[in-house]
Design a protein around this ligand. Structure first.
Ligand SMILES: CC(C)(COP(=O)(O)OP(=O)(O)OC[C@H]1O[C@@H](n2cnc3c(N)ncnc32)[C@H](O)[C@@H]1OP(=O)(O)O)[C@@H](O)C(=O)NCCC(=O)NCCS
Length: 198
């Protein structure tokens, strides 16, 4: 129905006074991606698919929407590498990328096989609560299993995400065998090493 609408994965330019977005081809609704003048019943064509190179900028802008800070070197190169490794899925509504999930496959010598670790999972606020996150999560699990994963893991600080994971059979392991999740404070580590070597 929207065939040929082409390349509007890049972050839309907001025209605050009209509440509309536009790209090189046409003006469209910022939230749904429906072109101006299209009837609303044509809206909401949802899709989850593997990210392609053209999606990198859209994923980057979703990450900027999620976090109010940006790494000094930006995120685009990292996103492009994740896309090359086929470890990123995106969700579209009417061809606009509105969410993504990133997971890495790694060898787990304790489990004796590949494990998938979900590192980042996000749906733009206007599109939440409509099953998009569920589809991203389910597809990422299916993809991991089809690549031979014997385990799927993640960690989160968000209570709503924890609820969603638990609904999809993730179990909290913290406490079971006394393990805790630890993240290296890299600036502190580098500072300490520098002092050691001075
Ligand atoms: C976690 C997240 C990806 C889920 O995406 P989503 O598209 O809202 O997911 P779903 O619609 O499939 O399900 C969300 C659940 O929250 C409920 N919900 C309802 N309204 C909601 C809203 N406005 N926002 C979030 N969740 C809502 C849904 O009903 C659903 O619960 P249910 O399955 O029991 O009905 C999204 O909320 C998000 O991006 N959160 C911020 C980042 C984050 O926490 N990431 C995960 C950890 S890294």
């Amino acid at each position: 129905m929207f065939a040929g609408r082409g390349h509007h994965h890049s972050p839309p330019m907001k025209r605050a006074e009209f509440g509309a977005c536009e790209n090189a081809l046409f003006v469209f609704d910022c939230d749904t991606g429906v072109p101006e003048g299209y009837p609303w019943q044509l809206a909401d064509i949802r899709k989850v698919r593997r990210a392609e190179e053209i999606d990198a900028v859209a994923v980057d802008s979703l990450l900027s929407e999620w976090f109010d800070w940006t790494p000094s070197l930006g995120r685009l190169d990292s996103i492009r590498r994740a896309i090359m490794k086929r470890e990123l899925l995106v969700a579209e509504v009417n061809s606009l990328v509105i969410g993504f999930i990133h997971y890495v496959m790694h060898e787990d010598v304790i489990d004796g096989g590949l494990n998938s670790f979900i590192t980042a999972f996000y749906v733009s606020p206007a599109h939440r609560g409509k099953g998009v996150g569920t589809r991203l999560l389910e597809e990422s699990i299916e993809d991991s299993l089809s690549m031979g994963a014997v385990g799927v893991e993640t960690s989160t600080i968000f209570a709503s995400a924890k609820k969603l994971y638990e609904k999809h059979h993730f179990k909290e392991t913290l406490g079971d065998i006394g393990e805790v999740f630890l993240e290296l404070d890299l600036p502190e580590y580098l500072h300490a090493k520098k002092k050691e070597n001075a």
